[in-house]
Design a protein around this ligand. Structure first.
Ligand code: PAF
Length: 281
């Protein structure tokens, strides 16, 4: 597996793979790889022979009071894990390589991104969409693979690809969880043992919503109450938001139909965690 730092390197490597007749699939990451990221590599390998992974902690998607400085970085271990899992090429650019040229244009959503993560993290989705658009243009993949844990991000990236006619199929793969139910996240390493115990109320609450939905409860407010009760019983958790939304619009629903999802963000100690459950009938 090659690890390259420049756009020119990526373009040359991808052109070589294309000339050999390979399909290109792409897994964008910010590193600190865990099994969730590696499951995206597995999905990428199922659809494309040449798997490109980017590892880039994108400053544009962090707010001024967020955890950009302490975001975990370990390129050596990341590249080892990516290689062991069958990644063909890692693109690990510097901030300068990505943003050194003039910054005149950004990609901003006018729908889907106003609430939830968009409201709690102003500017976050503009940072995500701008870097993903750039990465898509650099790698020019046939397939790109995102995780369901960032459900609103995945919906926005799919909308961007559709509406900007980007020739890439955006796939969304299921969330990978630890055996205790916590969704894997690079930020889990910030949780001490007591925080981790408290954080488990988040998947517990969402699973309870799913069970309630499965047993026939359909009212959005009623479903939200099920989760709120679980979270309120855990003093170590501060709720940012919890909502039952239509995942095509990210608007709260009155009735949880086929496209409903329960989404939530919480703070445990200094760490912000997000999670969701699809409420399929
Ligand atoms: O989900 C992430 O890790 C990031 O938002 C992404 C898609 C790599 C863009 O920086």
């Amino acid at each position: 597996m090659n690890v390259v730092p420049t756009i020119a390197d990526v373009r040359a490597a991808v052109a070589g793979a294309r000339a050999r007749g390979e399909t290109i699939s792409f897994v964008p990451t910010m590193g600190a790889l865990h099994e969730g990221h590696l499951s995206l590599v597995d999905a990428a390998r199922r659809v494309g022979g040449y798997v490109v992974m980017s590892i880039f902690v994108n400053p544009l998607q962090f707010g001024p009071n967020e955890d950009l400085a302490r975001y975990p970085r370990d390129l050596e271990s990341d590249t080892r894990r990516a290689s062991e899992r069958g990644t063909s090429l890692v693109f690990a650019p510097s901030v300068d390589e990505i943003y050194r040229r003039e910054r005149t244009i950004e990609v901003r959503a006018i729908r889907l991104g106003e609430e939830w993560e968009g409201a709690s993290r102003p500017g976050h989705f503009t940072g995500v969409l701008t870097v993903v658009a750039k990465l898509f243009n650099i790698v020019q993949p046939d397939f790109a693979v995102f995780g369901q844990k960032d459900l609103q991000q995945a919906a926005l990236v799919q909308a961007m690809a559709r509406e900007l006619d980007l020739p890439v199929e955006v796939m969304v793969e299921p969330t990978v969880r630890d055996s205790d139910g916590l969704a894997l996240s690079s930020r889990n390493q910030f949780l001490g043992p007591a925080d981790r115990m408290a954080a488990l109320a988040l998947p517990r609450a969402l699973m309870k919503v799913r069970a309630a939905h499965k047993s026939g409860v359909r009212g959005g407010a009623e479903l939200e109450r099920v989760a709120e009760e679980v979270l309120a019983a855990e003093p170590g958790i501060d709720l940012d938001y919890l909502a039952v939304v239509d995942r095509r619009t990210f608007k709260r629903v009155k009735t949880g139909g086929a496209h409903a999802a329960a989404i939530a963000a919480v703070r445990v100690g200094g760490t912000r965690l997000i999670d969701n459950e699809l409420l399929e009938s």
